[in-house]
Ligand binder design. Structure first.
Ligand code: ADP
Ligand code: ZN
Length: 728
């Protein structure tokens, strides 16, 4: 190493599940700064990491034992705000820092240097006489942004021949660019919706916050169809007006929001940059690069978009903020909604949480004044909120093997007769949730999980919805070998569709569940079929609750409104209310009035009362009071610890050890261990502890101290879930 540049000790974070940073030496002529990508040796391999601390406090490892940084990288440095965010998420979720960094580095590798490419831009001097197609191309140009041949064809709607011709005659000029093709910039000057007074007030409030460049969290609550999307589009337009600003929109299931994307493109003349886990590596690379270079202006994505290198974040939107899909239940267990609030806070920008059915957490924060609270009480235009009623199944008894009651059938018949669309909702995939033997009572269970196998008629298979194990439906009982004795118990969407088809043999049916919808394209086709009224009846799982707007849909029937009401989940009632309110919100969204019918054995349940009376406040107050009394979220803190492993005794012993050392005080208690409801999953035995704490203590510190007391146990995995949403 040269004398001029003495070497220095620095800390590097590697995207590996290690607990923290590692010390390395670097020679000064590398000229590194925090956030830079480097290559370092680690147990004989060369790995990529990020410079985390250029001036670390002394650590235990003596200098002579340290290795040197091998190479620096041409990749742009990770923005400091992203490093700060990674650190925060790691501390909060008790996940290794390296595991969180890994989520932020889902794309770049040292070898991923952007490739050179030739794109074409419009010539500065154009002759006055152009052909009609050439004029189209010039009109489609967005300032002097260069595009590929295919992109020109797409934006100008012309053939490749036209573009090639223009290149030959120097009307389009080649430009060499690095990296991926640019994204189009949204245009804020296009025509926008004329907002109602209510909508205008809400939009103005967000815009005002947005102008001040400070953090503020705003709940945008509005009944289904009230125009929340239109309102935040206005806020996005305003934020886009700031130079180089970036806007992040989180949505629950990106693949399911084709209607949203079309609306965005219509409003802004360009599609947003999309980010989700099912993208190809090439698509990811393009979006990641566009983000770090600042070209990506509006990014719409799933929760993982939070870890994109957004340098100039000016506005965050979380749509359907109550949605459980924001919670990641594997690996780093984090809640995308909550972490979005942190990201906004660290970026000093406002965040909007939008929903027709806000979570209790968010509502309490709004009530306390921690969040601003905007409310839209009316549906847009002539649309009115649907009429809701329940059918008491104790009175209107179902026939054996039938799931549609007489009153629901009558309503379906009327609606069908009028040529309007109806939706039947049941949040259960497949044909039947349980198959059992009529002779011996044997239940068809998964060999790897403590779960029943679900029959899927379509494939003549029994499937485990937890691990994916499946087998064909046997023709004799595996227990007593009786022939043709297996019977399906209970309904899934396939079975309801079968009944419906028998009742209305000529009707056109669509089943919306993840089994029927194999790709975004298949989904798009189905949506178009429904929009174009090529479908009379839709039978669907929770997929249908995701913000769709079907103008001809006027009747919603809920097959089993009691489903999901019970169980260990403290949010069971809240979630059922949210799902039912959302599915009900699909009815009567245009000029035709809507109706909703809930089939139930418990019409007096507060959830149903709230839905039918339209007065959710009483229900939410009761829900809040009961949570407060039990010190459950949002009044207290919960964390769950799942211990799992293939050797049951080892797992139990580790549990006993932990139980002896569990913290106990006025502010913290530990329940368990008990076998998890899914006590056997993918060949692993599972036991769980539930940690309950008041807000006076920091639950993370308590858990960290507790786990530090026991040695790592081979063959037993401990998963920590802070703020758990899954109780299986
Ligand atoms: P939400 O997000 O609250 O469910 P949307 O924003 O999807 O509501 O609005 C419901 C429907 O009403 C959409 O088709 C939307 O385009 C339309 N809409 C809402 N507000 C307006 C407005 N101010 N002008 C025109 N159309 C509107
Ligand atoms: Zn299984």
């Amino acid at each position: 190493m040269s004398e001029l540049f003495p070497s220095q000790r620095i800390q590097i974070l590697l995207p590996l599940p290690l607990s923290g940073v590692l010390d390395y030496l670097v020679s000064g002529d590398f000229n590194l700064k925090e956030g830079d990508f480097v290559t370092v040796p680690l147990s004989g391999r060369q790995v990529q990491g990020v410079v985390w601390d250029m001036d670390p406090k002394e650590s235990g490892v003596p200098t002579e034992k340290l290795k040197y940084v091998t190479a620096n990288s041409e990749l742009p440095a990770l923005p400091l705000n992203l490093m700060e965010f990674v650190k925060w998420v790691s501390d909060y979720t008790l996940s290794p820092l390296g595991s969180v960094l890994k989520m932020a580095l889902s794309v770049p590798r040292g070898s991923d240097k952007p490739k050179k490419k030739i794109l074409y831009k419009i010539a500065a001097d154009l002759p006055s006489k152009l052909t009609k197609s050439q004029n189209r191309v010039c009109d489609a140009a967005i300032s002097d942004m260069p595009l590929s041949v295919q992109a020109w064809c797409d934006v100008a709607v012309v053939g490749q021949g036209v573009i090639r011709g223009m290149i030959k005659t120097n009307l389009l000029i080649p430009v060499e660019v690095y990296g991926e093709e640019q994204f189009m910039t949204p245009d804020i000057d296009l025509e926008s919706a004329i907002l109602s007074d209510e909508q205008r007030t809400a939009a103005d409030h967000i815009i005002l916050q947005q102008k001040s460049d400070t953090y503020n969290c705003i709940l945008l609550e509005g009944v289904t169809g009230s125009g929340k999307t239109e309102v935040y589009f206005e806020a996005i337009a305003e934020a886009l007006g700031k130079e180089n600003s970036q806007i992040l929109v989180l949505v629950p299931e990106i693949a399911l929001t084709t209607q949203w994307l079309e609306r965005f493109s219509e409003r802004f003349g360009a599609p947003p940059v999309i980010w989700h886990s099912e993208m190809t590596p090439a698509q990811r690379r393009r979006a990641w690069w566009a983000t770090i270079r600042g070209e990506a202006r509006v990014i719409v994505g799933a929760r993982s978009a939070l870890f994109l290198p957004l340098k100039n974040l000016k506005l965050v939107i979380v749509d359907e903020e109550h949605s459980q899909t924001f919670k990641q239940d594997e690996g780093v267990m984090y809640n995308g909604r909550d972490m979005a609030v942190v990201r906004a806070m660290q970026s000093h920008c406002p965040i909007v949480l939008a929903s027709a059915t806000p979570s209790l957490e968010t509502l309490i924060n709004a009530e306390n004044g921690k969040y601003d609270w905007l409310y839209l009480g009316e549906r847009h235009g002539p649309a009115e909120l649907p009429q809701m009623a329940s059918v008491d199944l104790r009175v209107h008894k179902l026939n054996a093997g039938s799931w549609i009651s007489e009153p629901l059938f009558t309503a379906l018949k009327e609606n069908y007769g009028r040529g309007e669309q109806s939706l039947l909702y049941l949040n259960r995939r497949g044909y039947a949730p349980l198959t059992l033997c009529r002779s011996c009572g044997h239940r068809m269970e998964c060999p790897h999980c403590s779960a029943w196998l679900v029959e899927h008629h379509k494939f003549n298979r029994l499937e485990c919805h937890h691990c994916g194990f499946n087998r064909i439906v046997p023709d004799q009982c595996p227990g007593c070998e009786a022939k043709e004795s297996l019977v399906a118990c209970g309904p899934g969407v396939e079975r309801v569709a079968e009944e419906l088809q028998n009742l209305f043999p000529d009707a056109r049916l669509a089943v919306m569940s993840s089994d029927e919808i194999s790709s975004p394209k298949a989904l798009k086709e189905m949506i178009e079929n429904i929009e174009n009224h090529n479908v009379d009846f839709i039978v669907g799982t929770q997929i249908v609750t995701k913000g769709y707007h079907f103008p001809m849909l006027t009747l919603v029937g809920v097959i089993d409104a009691d489903l999901g009401m019970s169980g260990a989940d403290p949010r069971a009632a809240e979630r059922t209310w949210q799902q039912l309110e959302q599915v009900a919100g699909r009815a009567g969204r245009a000029e035709h009035p809507g109706r909703v019918i809930f089939q139930t054995y418990n019409p007096d349940h507060p959830v149903l009362q709230a839905l039918i009376s339209g007065d959710k406040d009483l229900f939410l107050e009761q829900e809040a009071a009961s949570r407060e009394a039990q010190n459950l979220p949002p009044y207290g803190k919960l964390a769950s610890l799942i211990l799992s492993g293939p050797d049951k005794n080892k797992v139990i012993n580790a549990c006993k050890h932990l139980a002896r050392l569990a913290p106990h005080s006025d502010d913290i208690s530990v329940l368990g261990p008990v076998p998890a409801p899914l006590s056997y999953l993918r060949g692993n035995y599972r036991y769980r502890f539930l940690v309950k704490a008041t807000t006076k203590v920091k639950i993370q510190n308590e858990i960290r101290d507790w786990l530090d007391k026991i040695p790592a146990n081979r063959g037993v995995r401990i998963q920590i879930d802070i703020d758990p949403y899954s109780f299986y």
